[in-house]
Structures are given as C-alpha cells and as structure tokens.
Design a protein around this ligand. Structure first.
Ligand code: PEP
Ligand code: MN
Length: 339
C-alpha cells in the first residue's frame, strides 16, 4: 500500500499516522520529497481498511498494490485448480459443458432434455428447482421435488447435477441431491450464505453479480475459500450495461483478466448473458476461444412453453450443432471437449 501525504502536512498528524500504521504491524518506507512525501507500507494489508486512512488530515491518497484476495490469488497458487466432480474434471485443459433447462418442470421434461444433452456431449446436467424470479408472481420452481427429479435423471444418464441454492435452510437437501451448488448472480454478495458454503466440501459455482466488479466477485470466492472450501468455480453470466439488444452484456474480458488473477476455473453462461437463443452459439465459441474452462447452457425441447427463460433456451438440435463447433474451437486452442 502506498500513502501519499498532503503538501505541508501537519507533522503531529503525520506522527500519529506513522504510529497507527506501525501499531498494525506494518513496516514503513518513507520517501520524502520537496513537495510531496510518500510512505510505502509493507505487510499483509488484506484485512486492513485502507480507506480508513483518509480520516487523517495529512493523507492525500492511498493506493493498494496488493490484491485483497489471497486464497483465490494466482500469486499464492500458480497451478490451475482442477475440480473433480464425480470424475468430470473442471479446469486445466478440459472444456466441460453443463446443460439443461432453466427450471425443472416435470420428470418427463427433465428426462427428455437430459437424454438429449447427454447424447450431444454435455457432462453435467443443470436445472433450477429454487428459482430467483424478479416477480413474486412468476414460476418459483418445484423445490426439493425438483432436486429429486434432477438427481434421478442425473443417475439415469450418468451426469453429475448442478442446481441453484438460494437459502441456507436448504443446504441439507442440496448435500443429499446435488453435485455442484450454484450461487446465483443475485446472491453473489449474500455473505451469510457464502460463509455457510465455505464450511462444505461440495463444489460451488459462483456466478458474478450483474453489477459487480471482478474484484468484488473474487472477494466473494474468497469468502467461500476462507471458510475452508477450495472447490470454487467462477461463472460469468453477463453484466448490466446500457445496451438493450441483449439481456446482459457478456463480459468476455473477464476470462483473460480472471485467468491472470486467479487459479480457479472459469465457466461462461452465454444463455443469461444473451437472453436470446440465437446469440448463444457465437458467445459460446468466443468464450472457449478466449480461454474459458467450459459453458453452462440452457436447453429446452419445447422452449415456447418453458416455465422460465424459453427465449434463451436452445432446442436440442441447435445444442448439438453448437457442441460440434465447440469441439473444433476447443482443439484449436489446445483444449479437449470430450463428448
Ligand atoms: C439460472 O441459472 O437459471 C439463473 C437464474 O442464473 P443467474 O443467477 O445468472 O441469473
Ligand atoms: Mn434461467
């Protein structure tokens, strides 16, 4: 951390500031200029609220040089993290595709979609049973029965399952039925939920909130890892911008940025980014080309009658076509999409 002092700073105030920093266990390297003085503050500043220094009148500006996240940081773990979900490896040189309906609607619906996505080469089955809907009058999901339906299909087709958890009260059900717990965009900063998930060892797919910075997202991952759960998968699903042609704007630059900052796998959700099925293929291929570790895609055999997100759901045939192209792009960037 670097602290720049104001020109003509009051020396008593500066002495108090120095004492304060030394009392926190930091070492100070002073550089005194004719106009400005600067302190290099050395030590572990991760838990230090650097903005608190602006309370000192002598402080002009404070700049952090160390990222506030540790366990998530590639500086601490150089190797890519690979998360093994019942034999499906997420991260490294693999491209993993998760697919399924936005919402679990019935046993028949899940069975049809699971069979189709499995045949096309998806490795993990997705489906929402607890739905975070903007309107309380929209379909809210089947609850625990939905998880049971998903698990049954997962067992039948040999696919681990992923579903979104909204509340700590359902953790036991998720431990019983689900292989990857999804934290949705709206809950990315539900710190109580994140802390509870930190106590588990189940993989967590942490979506980026639609108005959150990359650093805030990585700090949320840090919450889970700080609790002891290292099995964190990051998921970019589009952020809110001024552009209405798409539901969200897929922030493709998160891929190289997060890959540089962190060792955790990055999965892209082109469905919630696009909001329309006919943009999903391009965004998927671009994501793999940019270095993503996989995709999570909404698929529905009858999207016109889907209970949620039909507009962005691919029909099985389109999904299969996407998978063929995704396989080609994967090998072009030296990765393998096993089907
Ligand atoms: C979902 O995956 O169906 C979902 C609601 O995602 P998000 O949290 O990204 O909106
Ligand atoms: Mn959805």
């Amino acid at each position: 951390m670097i602290v720049k002092l104001k020109r003509n700073a009051n020396q008593t105030d500066v002495t108090h500031l120095k004492e304060h920093l030394r009392n926190q266990g930091f070492e100070l390297h002073e550089s005194i200029g004719t106009s400005y003085s600067i302190f290099g503050v050395v030590g572990d500043t991760a838990s230090f609220d650097m903005r608190s220094l602006y309370a000192y009148e002598c402080v002009e500006s404070v700049v952090r040089v160390q990222e506030p996240f540790k366990k998530v940081n590639r500086k601490f773990t150089q190797e890519d993290t690979i998360i093994d979900v019942n034999g499906v490896r997420i991260g490294g040189d693999n491209i993993v595709v998760m697919a399924g309906p936005c919402s679990v609607e019935s046993k028949e619906q899940v069975d049809i979609i699971a069979k189709a996505v499995k045949e096309a080469g998806a490795k993990i089955l997705r489906g929402g049973a607890f739905k975070p809907r903007t309107s309380p009058y929209s379909y809210q999901g089947m609850g625990v029965e939905g998880l049971q339906i998903l698990k049954e299909a997962g067992d039948k087709y040999g696919m681990p399952i992923i579903s979104e958890l909204m509340s700590t009260e359902n953790i036991d059900d998720f431990l019983q039925y689900v292989d990857i717990i999804q934290v949705g965009a709206r809950n990315m900063q539900n710190f109580h939920l994140l802390k509870e998930l930190g106590k588990l060892d189940k993989p967590i797919l942490l979506k980026r909130g639609f108005s959150n910075t990359i650093e805030e997202w990585l700090m949320s991952a840090e919450y889970i890892m700080a609790g002891g759960n290292n099995n964190v998968i990051l998921c970019e699903r589009g952020i809110r911008t001024f552009e209405p042609y798409t539901r969200n704007t897929l922030d493709i630059s998160t891929i190289p940025v997060v890959k540089k900052l962190s060792h955790l796998p990055v999965i892209i959700d082109p469905s919630h980014a696009a909001g329309k099925w006919d943009y999903v293929e391009s965004l998927s291929l671009a994501s793999i080309a940019a270095g993503a570790d996989g995709l999570i895609i909404e698929v529905h055999h009858d999207p016109e009658h889907a209970m949620s997100d039909g507009a962005q759901s691919l029909k099985p045939k389109k999904f299969e076509e996407l998978m063929t192209k995704a396989e080609t792009v994967s090998s072009a960037v030296g990765k393998t999409l096993e089907r």
